[in-house]
Design a protein around this ligand. Structure first.
Ligand SMILES: Cc1cc2nc3c(=O)[nH]c(=O)nc-3n(C[C@H](O)[C@H](O)[C@H](O)COP(=O)(O)OP(=O)(O)OC[C@H]3O[C@@H](n4cnc5c(N)ncnc54)[C@H](O)[C@@H]3O)c2cc1C
Length: 278
């Protein structure tokens, strides 16, 4: 296997343009478990971990930018992320075990595009934007438009995911993350949910709910959001959110869970999260 280790984003983009068969790799925690056949086809890889443009967590005027090659361990340890985006910290703490968190990157989780990826609903709920770079330069894609189908993304051939931008949430925003799996730890989710919402003058003034493992892509729970926006927080509102969320998704039966259980779990998780809005 040939591994290219570019020193800059420009160099990496040039390599990809010259050789479209090159596979970009970060922590390899997804790629290395794809099976011998897939690994055999991967004879030329482009190592992204050394690219300075993909590393680090920095404050920008709108919020925070996180390099795509930032590991979940780095996210867990970031005081800036914990202060502003505790839901992302909570998700990072529950990805795999420590070994996976040490290698696995936020960009890899997004680009791998599993509907069960833990960070995906969080980034939807937090209204993230992803920044991509390719031969034509850089462009931005709202998180809502990044996952275009089952394991499909808006990344065009030759493009690299460079950074993820999270805007400052409105003051008083409550954030929540919950993953339901077979075990407490080291489980791929049956259902994963994230919420960001705030209350003003006794009414829910903003609400973003998102879920994974309940459709082919991570989804915003827009009907549930619409059902409670402007309502006063409390049990009746929370129950309405849970019921609506369970109705609006199309989960499947698979090895990890049944569609019925996913709906059941989603209803309860959403209800409990919305109850946390004060
Ligand atoms: C034992 C185990 C447990 C796991 N547990 C969890 C879990 O609990 N929750 C969870 O969400 N995931 C889990 N995963 C999956 C995996 O660890 C994550 O998805 C991780 O974030 C992938 O990141 P990576 O850097 O290792 O990606 P890689 O394996 O390096 O790459 C994954 C895909 O993304 C592409 N890619 C990576 N970076 C970029 C980039 N910057 N630009 C363009 N394309 C890119 C690669 O070409 C590849 O197609 C687990 C995996 C294992 C093996």
């Amino acid at each position: 296997m040939i591994a290219l280790s570019p020193r800059s984003l420009d160099e990496a983009v040039r390599h990809l343009a010259d050789d479209p068969a090159l596979v970009p790799v970060a922590g390899c925690t997804d790629l290395m478990v794809r099976g011998p056949e897939a690994l055999h086809r991967m004879d030329r890889v482009l190592d992204l971990l050394g690219l300075p443009e993909l590393r680090g967590i920095c404050a920008v005027s709108e919020g925070l930018e996180i390099g795509a090659a930032t590991t979940f361990t780095e996210i867990r340890h970031s005081a800036a992320i914990r202060a502003a985006f505790p839901a992302l910290t909570a998700a990072a703490e529950q990805v795999g075990g420590w070994q996976i968190q040490n290698r696995g990157t936020l960009g890899g989780n997004l680009a791998n595009a599993s509907p069960a990826g833990d960070s995906l609903p969080v980034l939807l709920a937090l209204d993230a934007t992803v920044i991509l770079a390719g031969p034509a330069g850089q462009r931005e894609v709202r998180m809502d438009g990044f996952h275009t189908g089952y394991r499909k993304t808006a990344l065009a051939p030759g493009e690299i995911l460079v950074r993820i931008r999270l805007p400052h949430p409105p003051a008083g925003t409550v954030q929540a993350f919950r993953k339901v799996g077979t075990r407490e730890a080291q489980a791929i989710s049956k259902v994963v949910v994230a919420l960001a919402g705030h209350v003003e003058g006794g009414r829910i003034a903003g609400i973003r709910l998102a879920a994974g493992s309940v459709a082919a892509t991570p989804v915003r729970l827009r009907a549930a959001e619409a059902a409670i926006l402007g309502s006063s927080p409390g049990l009746v509102t929370a129950e309405r959110a849970g019921r609506t969320a369970a109705r609006e998704v199309q989960p499947i039966d698979d090895v990890r869970s049944t569609a019925d259980y996913r709906r059941f779990a989603l209803e309860r998780v959403v209800r409990r999260m919305v109850l946390g809005l004060t």
